[in-house]
Design a protein around this ligand. Structure first.
Ligand code: TYD
Length: 211
């Protein structure tokens, strides 16, 4: 087998701080962070459809299919080539988000979604999914602080966010090989240190070492 990199996904509910943590982890690894949905040109168009509050609500299956389409583009155009080149990839959200939001949140079947995600990604799983765990009230308060950017998903309300949070926690607990939960309630540098320690424990050092 040739060189193969590592895929690390930051996961969590809206307002948990994973976007900041993905950026800091990527810096420490020495790569540019990537994100879902919307990392590719086609993905950007899909993201607008997925999150534009001016559009009518999507049927949950449509939402799942568009998230999967975004991920298929992301894997084919960004993630798989990087992994094949031996690089590490740090992504802000990956397959866990589909299981948490469209599965636990929207109520679509988890087995169906697992199949869809596996098909969309060609079977590329995150080597490690890091759950940035914060309680829903903290996350909603943080999300409310950036009202201007509140999108359709973020308007779904407390009960929806609670189901998503519980879904993430259940996934992390059920699969300790591929998931680690980090306490996201500390300061940004504290959480960043915990994320980095968790990743180093599981995956070792990135090519070229930690920055
Ligand atoms: P994200 O870009 O992380 O939100 P933000 O712009 O606030 O940082 O994600 C956008 C929304 O899409 C978020 O509410 C979670 C949702 N989402 C899903 O429902 N399923 C998915 O598979 C993904 C990747 C995201």
């Amino acid at each position: 087998m040739g060189a193969t990199g590592r895929l690390v996904a930051l996961e969590g509910i809206d307002g948990c701080g994973k976007t900041t943590q993905a950026r800091l982890l990527a810096e420490a690894v020495g790569v540019e962070p990537t994100a879902e949905p919307g990392a590719t040109p086609v993905g950007g168009a899909l993201r607008r459809v997925l999150l534009d509050p001016a559009l009518p609500e999507l049927v949950p299956r449509t939402e799942a299919l568009l998230m999967a389409a975004d991920r298929a583009e992301h894997v084919a155009r960004v993630i798989a080539p990087a992994l094949q080149a031996g690089a590490w990839v740090v992504t802000d959200r990956y397959s866990g988000s589909t299981l948490a939001y469209q599965g636990h949140g929207r109520g679509l079947g988890l087995d169906d979604l697992s199949w869809l995600v596996a098909w969309a990604t060609g079977g590329i799983q995150a080597d490690l999914s890091v759950l940035v765990a914060v309680d829903v009230d903290t996350a909603l308060a943080r999300a409310a602080a950036r009202v201007a950017t509140v999108d359709r998903m973020e308007r779904l309300g407390v009960d929806f966010q609670r189901r998503v949070a519980a879904g993430f926690a259940a996934m992390a607990a059920a699969d300790p090989e591929r998931w680690v939960a980090v306490d996201g309630t500390g300061t940004v540098p504290e959480v960043a240190a915990a994320v980095r320690t968790a990743v180093a424990d599981r995956l070792g050092d990135p090519p070229g070492g930690w920055r």
